[in-house]
Design a protein around this ligand. Structure first.
Ligand SMILES: NC(=O)c1ccc[n+]([C@@H]2O[C@H](COP(=O)([O-])OP(=O)(O)OC[C@H]3O[C@@H](n4cnc5c(N)ncnc54)[C@H](OP(=O)(O)O)[C@@H]3O)[C@@H](O)[C@H]2O)c1
Length: 309
C-alpha cells in the first residue's frame, strides 16, 4: 500500500510517496481504509524538525494527523465499531501516520461518520473542529452577545472558528487579507480587518475573547483589544511575551484532546448545518510535496484534503 513518509528532516522534497507494509489492528484498534486525510501546518513543523516529540518511532516517519475512512477489521476487545462502519478521527497528540491507504488506530479516537457528511468534509472539519471546540467552548466559553476576535479567519482553524463563534451568538471580528474578506463574511464574520494595511488594535478594548492562531507579535498586541475580564485563547506557538502584561485578563492555552465526544459534536454541528466545510483544495496523496509548499506559503484559504479513494 502507498503512504507518505520522510527519512530525514528538511524541505518539502523529503516527503516520499512510497510502498510500505500494511498494518494490522492490535487489541483495541481499528484497521481503517483511508478515504481522506488532510495536510496540516503542524506537520510542516514536524517535517522541519521543530517538533521532535512527534517522532516517537523515529524514521521512517509517516505523515498525517486526521482521517476519514471505512473500518476493514477490528482488533480484540473492540465493541463500538464493526467492519464496514464509516469513521473519522484525529490521531492522539504527538502521533502522526494517517497519510497512508490503510491505518491501524485506537478505537477511542474514532467516531462514526454520518452518511450526510462526505469523507472529504469529515476530515476537513476534524482537527479544525476539535481545535475550535476546545478553544471556544471548553476554554474560551464564548457566550451569546460577546465580541470575539479570530485571527486568520480564512485559514483552516479560522474558517471553522468564525462559523462556530457566530453559531454561539457572538459578534465576530476577524483578520484576513482583503481578497478573503468576502469569504470570511460568507462564513459569518461581522467585520473583517485586512491585517496587511490596517492595525487590528485600532478596534480598542471591545473583545471578550481573542483566538490567536498566529502567535508572535500578534499574540502580545492582542492583549490591548480585550475588555477587562477578557480571555486570550492561544493555539499558536506560545511565547511568554503576553504573560503578566495585563492582570485583568486570562491567558488560556487549551490542550486539544482527541476524543470521541468532541468528534460527535463536530458531526452533529455539520449535519445540522451550523458549521460547513471550509474551502477545500483537493489533492492526491502523491502530491504531498506540493501540498506542503502551499501550506508553507501561509496564504492557504481553508484546507488541503487528500482524497485517496
Ligand atoms: N494548539 C493546537 O492544538 C493546534 C491545533 C491545530 C492547529 N494549531 C496551529 O494553529 C495555527 C493555524 O492553523 P491553521 O490550520 O488555521 O493554519 P493555516 O490554514 O495554514 O492558516 C493560513 C491562514 O493564515 C492567515 N494568516 C497568516 N498570517 C496572518 C496574520 N498575520 N494575521 C492574520 N491571518 C494570517 C492567512 O490569511 P490570509 O490568506 O487571509 O492572509 C491564511 O489564510 C498553526 O500554527 C497550527 O500549527 C494548533
Amino acid at each position: 500500500m502507498k503512504a507518505v513518509q520522510m527519512d530525514q528532516h528538511g524541505g518539502p522534497e523529503v516527503l516520499q510517496y512510497r510502498d510500505i507494509a500494511e498494518p494490522v489492528a492490535g487489541p483495541g484498534q481499528l484497521l481503517v481504509d483511508v478515504y481522506a486525510a488532510s495536510a496540516n501546518p503542524g506537520e510542516v513543523k514536524v517535517r522541519k524538525g521543530l517538533r521532535p516529540e512527534f517522532l516517537t518511532a523515529g524514521f521512517p516517519h509517516t505523515m498525517g494527523r486526521d482521517f476519514s475512512g471505512v473500518v476493514r477489521a477490528v482488533g480484540a476487545g473492540v465493541t463500538a465499531f464493526k467492519p464496514g462502519d464509516a469513521v473519522f478521527g484525529v490521531l492522539p497528540l504527538g502521533v502522526e501516520g494517517t497519510a497512508a491507504e490503510t491505518i491501524a488506530v485506537d478505537a477511542t479516537i474514532a467516531a462514526m461518520k454520518p452518511a450526510a457528511l462526505s469523507h472529504v468534509d469529515a476530515v476537513a472539519q476534524a482537527l479544525t473542529g476539535l481545535t475550535a471546540l476546545y478553544s471556544m467552548e471548553d476554554a474560551g466559553a464564548v457566550a451569546k452577545g460577546e465580541t470575539v476576535l479570530i485571527h486568520g479567519g480564512a485559514g483552516g482553524i479560522g474558517s471553522y472558528a468564525v462559523q462556530y463563534a457566530r453559531h454561539r451568538g457572538a459578534r465576530v471580528i476577524t483578520t484576513a487579507s482583503a481578497h478573503n474578506h468576502e469569504y470570511v463574511k460568507r462564513l459569518g464574520a461581522h467585520e473583517a480587518i485586512d491585517y496587511h494595511v490596517d492595525d487590528f488594535t485600532r478596534i480598542g478594548p471591545v473583545c471578550d475573547v481573542v483566538l490567536d492562531s498566529i502567535g508572535g507579535d500578534v499574540q502580545r498586541r492582542s492583549l490591548s483589544v480585550l475588555k477587562p475580564g477578557g480571555r486570550l485563547v492561544i493555539i499558536a506557538a506560545s511565547t511568554k511575551d503576553a504573560e503578566g502584561v495585563r492582570a485583568d485578563v486570562t491567558i488560556l492555552r487549551p490542550i486539544v484532546k482527541r476524543d470521541r465526544r468532541h468528534l460527535e459534536r463536530i458531526a452533529e454541528l455539520a449535519v445540522s448545518g451550523a458549521v460547513k466545510s471550509p474551502q477545500i483544495t483537493l489533492m492526491k496523496l502523491a502530491e504531498s510535496v506540493e501540498a506542503h509548499r502551499l501550506l508553507e506559503s501561509g496564504r492557504l484559504r481553508g484546507k488541503i484534503v487528500f482524497e485517496l479513494r
